[in-house]
Structure formats: structure tokens, C-alpha cells
Design a protein around this ligand. Sequence first.
Ligand code: BG6
Length: 367
Amino acid sequence: EKGGFDHFMLKEIHEQPKAYHDTMLGRISEDGRSVVLPELKISAEKLRGINRVHIVACGTAYHAGLVGKSIIENLVRIPVETDVASEYRYRSPIITPDTLVIVVSQSGETADTLAALREAQRNGAHVLAITNVVGSSVAREADDVIITLAGPEIAVASTKAYSSQLIAFYLFGLYWAQTNGTQDEATVANILAAMQALPEQVEKILAQAEVIKGVAESISKHDSLFFIGRGLDYAVAMEGSLKLKEISYIHSEAYPAGELKHGTLALIEEGIPVIALITQEGLYEKTLSNIKEVKARGADVLGIINEGHEAEVAKSTDRQFAIPRTLPLLTPALSVVPLQLLSYYASLALGHDVDKPRNLAKSVTVE
Ligand code: BG6
């Protein structure tokens, strides 16, 4: 049942190329120039009238929603807020009939997310669900559904469901951009071509898992560490930090790299591991100088970098892991993979139950 892998989590990490492929299948036109989402009921007219988006989810799905915010704002230029579902209803969010609420849930059964969906509908919003389970409560109650085709996810720590949710956001963001005319055809085609290269690029990352295993073993000896990054790298850093906490029980904090010096830099001491993501081209110089700040204080830095930056980043990091080149907007679909492997191998080194971590359930149906 684990297909030759020791754990479901490792199997599911390795299933990501297929999950990406399957989630894109039939949703890209044959000429590769546009997105087709025939399952969507929302009319082009209604979509063009939407002026605000709320993305609501829990846990790992919330982190996918943080990436989703950047995707939609970047491609469609409409303001997006991403909220944790258990907070959303209690902050009197401004929901109007021109608000699109996107709920994200692997299981489609998370009580907090379902309650947020109902609250949004009560206020007249159109609700789009991104979920992995056909026929789930969220899928049944939402006005529109985009199913991720990650296949069943058994390990409690979500991996392929998260990354397939990113693919769903890219597809929907592009679809919406086409509808509203906010991106030209060539840009859409360029992004779609880069998306279709992702499965093979994930395979390349998985083939280098041994590098990450070595780092994970050294990290497992520490009580605390940091994940840093800017922009989309920060969103992925949050997911990397959560994954590590969930299954290795090692404390970690995800921090926007530029914010360290405004608060927690004092915690960067000799030998503390720092996982630094530096994949956003436009933020490269700034992030590099933040990495130098932690390095100067003795941090043991693993850089998650773009291929081709090895020589330059080598001076400021102790170890590096290069991801294949893609568009800046798409890097989360690659950079999360080494972080998933890092938490997996750290948990393994500590002898924990990787697939069934303490105190967590796969889906939580109480608020
Ligand atoms: C938590 C799970 O309870 O629910 C997390 O332990 C998960 O792994 C979160 O990310 C949200 O679940 P779902 O099914 O709504 O995506």
C-alpha cells in the first residue's frame, strides 16, 4: 500500500509530479495558450464584477492560500486577503455580493472552514472551493469547486495536497486573468508552458533527496531554528516551518527575512540553523544581505536557491540546495519540496511516527 516507500508521507512527496500533472490535465487548451475550467459555474460577467477576494482555510491549506493571494493579486490585480478560518468569522470581515470567497481544504470536512463558507454565503458572497475530495461537505456546499487531483492523502502532514492547491490557484488565477483581460495571451502561454515543466523539475529535486537528508540529521539535534524568506519565499517558509513542527516537534519560526532586524535578530546565535529561501529574482539582493546578517552572527545556513546562483550564494551559506529554474511566481511549487523532505528526514532521525504525529488528526470536524 505504501508502494515501496517506508511511509505514506514519503510516498506522497514522491507523488507530486503526478499530482501536478493530473491537476493540470484537461485544464489547459490543446495549443497550450489558455486555461479551460468547464466545471466553473460563475459567469464571465460575474467574475468581472468581483472586486475583493477572501481566501479562507486552516493549517497547510491556509499556507497555500497565502501563495494564492500573491497569484491572484499578481495576475488579476484584485485585492486579496487570506485568513485562518477560525479567525475569519469573528473579525466581522467585509463581505459583499461582489466578494469572491475561496475556501481551501484538502479533506473538505474541516469544521472551521465549513463554518466560514456558510458565513460567506449568508452574506451573499460567491464561494469557490479548492478541495481534494469530491462529494465532501465543502465541495457540496460551495457555489463552485475546483478539485485538486492529488489522489488520497493518508499521512497527516499534508504535502501533495498543498502543492496541488498551488496548481489550482495558478490555473484559476490565469483563467480569471484571461476573463478580465489583465494578462495578454503570450504571458498566459508562457506561464502555462512553465507550469507544464514543473512535474519533471520536481523529479529532479526528489533525485537529490540525500542532500536534504544530511541537513535534516544535523537539524534534528537542535531545539529551535528559523526559516526566512521574502515575498513568496516567506509564504513557503511558513509552510516549511509548520511541516517541521508537525512531525519532528522541533520548534521553528518562519520570519520575513527583512523583518529579523526589527525584532528577533537577538535569537540568531552561534550554530542556530537557518533555512533561507532565496528564489525571488526581484528580491535577490535584499534577501542575500539578510542572509549575510544571520551568517555574521554565526548561523548555520542552508540556502534554498535557484540553479545558477551557487557560486554567489556559497559565500553566505554553509550548504545549498538548488531548485531548477522557473518563473518567480511558480517557485513555491518547487521550493516547498526540499522543505517537505527536510521535515520528513528530521522526524525520521528522531524516531517519531512520521505519518501519525502526536496530537494531530488528518481532518478536524469540530470548531
Ligand atoms: C489540520 C491537519 O487539522 O487540518 C492539517 O492536521 C491540515 O494537516 C488542516 O492542513 C486543514 O485540513 P484540510 O483538510 O481542511 O485541508
